[in-house]
Design a protein around this ligand. Structure first.
Ligand SMILES: Cc1cc2nc3c(=O)[nH]c(=O)nc-3n(C[C@H](O)[C@H](O)[C@H](O)COP(=O)(O)OP(=O)(O)OC[C@H]3O[C@@H](n4cnc5c(N)ncnc54)[C@H](O)[C@@H]3O)c2cc1C
Length: 472
């Protein structure tokens, strides 16, 4: 018996429900194997991989595409790899491609190409999220996913055999639920997920400006934002060329760090705009719209990220990289990882398969993210940050290496972030005479933590195999 949609309308609620297949091993089959809440990078990637593997997937998205999302719009080679794996190479190639990072600080500039890597391309793109997210959602639809727009999910019930999610007008039942509703994840909190407040949280703000330098082939990052008295403030700024007369300009900081309290992204943005090289010709008259900001839940700080029948992915699961605030690649990757685990659950492994999702996330990212948090803690001291940046800006080799660590583009079997960081810290040991006693003790604690992390033998290559093969 073929699955059949049951649509029951009543004045307030339409139920898209269930049925069928009496021969199924798991009993009556629901119409949907998986319901996904949110069609951003995480939800759309999860939907694509599940639909592509033949599962029956529905995605509920509260906005209508094309919809804006506050973002720097920067795609690193890690993101590009995931998009190309979803068959989007040709569509991507119509957008603005760039080749690396121009790092600017203390009067120096370094142009750092993306590293040569066996798994990632040597280029990235800058694409407005309105276009990017629609492109991936369309791809998931082509693969067979149902995506309903303009539907805001307000509650969910996880049962023994199925889940039910509800909007004000619709109720959907599915075997498994994926929560992909972004940084403020109301649904995640509704299902009991909480952020570990001892871990860092980032804040960022961005705006669009007309600029004659919008076609540059480098994204630019500034590591020395100063206040009115010329003192370095803890934060960084970026200018990402969109390729069409516009640049995306933004700032970021770690809001949870005590030293950064009192700094907010609006102030940081004004300070940064005054400092941007005049050749970009940025001033308020070139602003296309008022700047907007958002939170960056990072470092797997949200728990629990999985239950018996549901998983959290992307920002809802705090998968952002604490080294650089990049979240799109990790949204795609966690969506794909969740898809592979749910595919196993639906293919006979049963509900216990979902437990492996969190194990895989931890295995693949956590020691790298822990290192990132320690590193950011160290670097959030303005004095330490200036020392690190001043030293780095004198050595293109060191900075290229730092770039590949911060963008998580190390060659897997050659160097783990912990050992790389140890080596960087060792080279910085030469600069210890510049560091104050407090910074020295922090440096020692980072070294100690890194050494511990380095003893953990990573199984990341097996997870990578899962990411790249299993669900495809
Ligand atoms: C200022 C700023 C700059 C950034 N710059 C970059 C960058 O340059 N590069 C980078 O890689 N990352 C960047 N990030 C991070 C990146 O934007 C996120 O990591 C990424 O969007 C996460 O994807 P997601 O799918 O998890 O969540 P989202 O992209 O937030 O998608 C969540 C989706 O869920 C929908 N939704 C929410 N609630 C509901 C509901 N109840 N029912 C139905 N649908 C719902 C939303 O409408 C949305 O479409 C930046 C973030 C900020 C704030």
């Amino acid at each position: 018996m073929e699955p059949r949609a049951t649509q029951i309308s009543n004045p307030s609620t339409m139920v898209i429900a269930m049925e069928i297949s009496p021969n199924s091993k798991e009993g009556p089959r629901l119409l949907y194997d998986v319901a996904i809440v949110g069609a951003g990078p995480a939800g759309a990637s999860c939907a694509y991989w599940l639909a592509q593997a033949g599962f029956n997937v529905i995605v509920l998205e509260k906005k209508h595409f094309p919809r804006d999302k506050t973002c720097g719009d920067g795609l690193t080679p890690r993101s590009v790899r995931q998009l190309e794996d979803m068959g989007l190479s040709e569509k991507l190639s119509r957008h603005h491609r760039y080749w690396g990072l121009r790092s600017v600080a203390f009067g120096r500039e370094l142009e750092l190409s993306w590293p040569d890597h066996p798994s990632f391309p040597r280029y990235g793109y800058v694409i407005r999220r309105a276009e990017l997210d629609k492109m991936v959602a369309d791809r998931a639809r082509e693969a067979g996913a149902t995506i309903l727009e303009g539907i805001e999910v307000v509650s969910a019930t996880i049962g023994e055999q199925s889940c039910e999610i509800n909007s004000h007008t619709l109720s959907v039942q599915a075997r498994y639920l994926v929560v992909a509703d972004g940084a403020n994840s109301r649904l995640g909190r509704y299902l009991g997920a909480r952020r570990d407040r001892s871990k860092p949280m980032g804040m960022a703000m961005r705006g669009y400006y007309l600029s004659p330098r919008s076609r540059e082939q480098w994204i630019e990052s500034h590591l020395d934002i100063r206040d009115n008295s010329g003192k370095i403030v803890p934060g960084y700024g970026w200018i990402f060329p969109m390729g069409d007369g516009v640049v995306n300009v933004g700032v970021g900081l770690l809001s949870t760090n005590k030293r950064w309290k009192g700094t907010n992204t609006s102030e940081l943005m004004s300070l940064f705009l005054r400092q941007v090289p005049s050749s970009f010709e940025l001033d308020n008259s070139k602003a296309i719209s008022p700047p907007s900001g958002g939170r960056l839940p990072m470092g797997l700080s949200i728990l629990p990220r999985a239950g018996k029948r549901h998983v959290l992915i992307g920002d809802a699961a705090s998968t952002i990289n604490p080294f650089n605030g990049e979240g799109i690649a990790y949204a795609y990757e966690s969506g794909r990882l969740a898809a592979s685990v749910i595919a196993e659950a639906l293919s006979g492994e049963g509900d216990t398969a979902l437990g492996t999702y969190d194990i895989l996330l931890e295995e693949y990212y956590s020691s790298y993210y822990r290192t990132g948090q320690s590193f950011m803690e160290l670097a959030s001291n303005p004095m330490v940050m200036s020392t690190l940046v001043r030293i780095g800006m004198r050595s293109p080799t060191l900075m290229s290496w730092v770039l590949s660590i911060m963008a998580n583009l190390m060659k897997d079997d050659l160097v783990r972030p912990e050992t790389a960081l140890l080596e960087i810290a060792a080279s910085l040991a030469n600069a210890r005479q510049y560091l104050a006693p407090r910074a020295r003790s922090l440096q020692v604690s980072v070294l100690a933590r890194s050494a511990t992390a380095a003893t953990v033998i990573s199984k990341s290559s097996s997870v990578w195999a899962k990411l790249t093969n299993k669900a495809s």
